[in-house]
Write a protein that binds this ligand. Structure first.
Ligand SMILES: Nc1ncnc2c1ncn2[C@@H]1O[C@H](COP(=O)(O)OP(=O)(O)OP(=O)(O)O)[C@@H](O)[C@H]1O
Ligand SMILES: [Mg+2]
Length: 242
């Protein structure tokens, strides 16, 4: 279980999150939605321990992520992976090195074993024969899928996907959604998905948490979300400009 308690963060004069409270229960799937710039990625980075909030705390399986418990935080983080919105591949490393990175850092597996796992995970996301390509030689959608393979390479218990389908063609997007569901059902992965993609929201139809005006304005089921009266929710669901 991950508990987000009274989390607030500002950047300079700009207040982004104010007293955010919610729990992510083990095995559940949460969709985090909200307008561009409302703080979704910031919140995900706080949950992953990559950004420290000005106030409040994140507690993962009863262990608090803070600056001071760096060692524990690393341990916790091995069990928590994040697919970054911008893929965040390391440009100077090839696909194999990028995907294998968490295994080289946190395990003592042999090169051969690691290569086998990398090939296996890349196959899961529909990629093969690209181990030696550099990120600059990949399309946006391929980068996203390589980043996806890297996020799941250690079979983490918690996975945060920040816009997993944005920029992908509809066929691959729906394959990625299926893969997220499959990982969730096969490994009981606790899953948090940040998305603007209504198709993704509809397919997953999990608990929805919506951010707006620095706070959580909705936390509930997809059915309740669709029927909610809030203007900001209606705008999110029915605007074509998103
Ligand atoms: N490291 C940072 N330094 C300063 N400001 C930041 C930083 N990270 C995010 N922000 C600001 O915080 C706000 C929220 O950013 P965030 O990336 O969380 O938005 P988002 O909800 O993920 O939007 P999108 O849907 O476009 O990805 C933005 O106004 C952004 O400019
Ligand atoms: Mg974002």
């Amino acid at each position: 279980m991950i508990q987000i308690k009274d989390v607030s963060i500002s950047f300079g004069q700009q207040r982004v999150l104010e007293n955010i409270n919610f729990d992510i229960n083990t095995n559940e799937t949460i969709l985090v939605v909200g307008q561009s710039g409302c703080g979704k990625s910031v919140l995900m980075k706080i949950i992953a321990g990559l950004l420290i909030p000005d106030r409040g705390s994140v507690i993962i399986e009863c262990q608090q992520l803070t600056k001071s418990n760096h060692k524990d935080a690393i341990k916790i983080r091995q069990n928590l992976a994040m697919l970054f919105q911008g893929s965040a591949l390391l440009d100077s490393m090839n696909v194999f090195q990028n995907v294998a990175l968490p295994l080289f850092e946190h395990t003592k597996l042999s090169h051969q074993e690691i290569e086998k796992l990398v090939i296996e995970k890349l196959a899961l996301v529909g990629l093969k024969d690209i181990l030696h390509r550099m990120p600059a030689e990949l399309s946006g959608g391929m980068k996203k899928r390589v980043a996806f393979a890297r996020a799941i390479i250690t079979n983490p218990q918690y996975i945060i996907y920040d816009e997993p389908t944005t920029g992908l063609d509809p066929v691959i997007a729906s394959e990625i959604i299926n893969l997220i569901s499959k990982l969730h059902h096969t490994y009981s992965t606790t899953t948090v998905i940040v998305t603007h993609d209504l198709y993704c929201i509809e397919q997953i139809a999990g608990r929805i948490v919506m951010l707006a005006d620095n706070n959580i304005i909705f936390d509930g089921s997809y059915d309740d979300y669709k029927n909610a009266d809030d203007k900001r929710i209606k705008r999110f669901l029915y605007s074509t400009e998103r």
